[in-house]
Design a protein around this ligand. Sequence first.
Ligand code: ADP
Ligand code: NA
Length: 332
Amino acid sequence: AFTPRIFSGIQPSGGLTLGNYLGALKRFAEKQDEGIETIYCLVDLHAITVWQDPERLRQQTREAAAGFMASGIDPTRSILFNQSQVSAHAELGWILNCVARLGWMNRMTQFKDKAGKNAEQVSLGLYAYPSLMAADILLYHATHVPVGDDQKQHVELTRDIAAKFNHDYGVDFFPMPEPVIEGAATRVMSLRDGTKKMSKSDPSDASRINLTDDADTIAQKIRKARTDAEPLPETLEGLKDRPEARNLVNIYAALSGMTAEAVVGQFAGQGFGAFKPALADLAVAKLSPISTEMTRLMADPGEIDRILGEGADRAEAIARPILDRTLDIVGM
Ligand code: ADP
Ligand code: NA
């Protein structure tokens, strides 16, 4: 019986995208109203698994913090902090490296995607990333992890690691955290390629909508999004083999709070010449208050640093006793 607690994170490895917003940030904010403790982390130790320019990393970390707050995460109701400021993450990460099995790591599809044909040249950290992510979650005895669909496998690995730790040491110490993957847009796809997810690390800026894009840029990216020439069908079934169209419908649904079925019902028979401008208007209406608020927050970097520092103290107060107990269980 573990007290319900939510933990999740985002890498400050580039500007936040519409995918991060719909798959993660918007839902992180909603979770604050469910009466469960919420802990949100900018995972900069994960970001450096791929080389980051130091000054840019510092800047992107502040910008990501601003993006969290502008999306509705209230640092007085949630704990919002930067991973590297709580050293217990790295310490538990090492212990869990010694619990996780190579065979498990070898099955991680995100590593295969990110390493591509270059697997001999990527960092050891990129390979160990899921085990550090397990530490992030288990360090707080988190029970629920809201994530996009792409992170499901990593949360499942976290459960395997927790179960093996408990078994190997004969304890019932770590909970089995559950991935919470909800909403109409759990996997927002690239605007240029319906087979790839929208990502801040995609080299093509046209592939994604950034939370900092202005209204014209958002409208232009949606206008140029890849689609087919067919009108929208009567039912969702008709989008089965139309990933680009399905993606735009999902985005509309998630931004409007409608179901994808209702969106298709509303636009049935209309082409993208009509649907795209409606989507662009909706996206601009929902996203421009966020970008305005980010700009306002970014004007005072000292205040962002202060908020993150306070968040780190609160995170540390939960994490340190759990790390100490872990070390004790291990015989240290
Ligand atoms: P990215 O892949 O953009 O670098 P992260 O790996 O930092 O993002 O993921 C942060 C959170 O955002 C995770 O919960 C992840 O599942 C979610 N997320 C990232 N991209 C998408 C997407 N295209 N659609 C839905 N959720 C996403
Ligand atoms: Na990701």
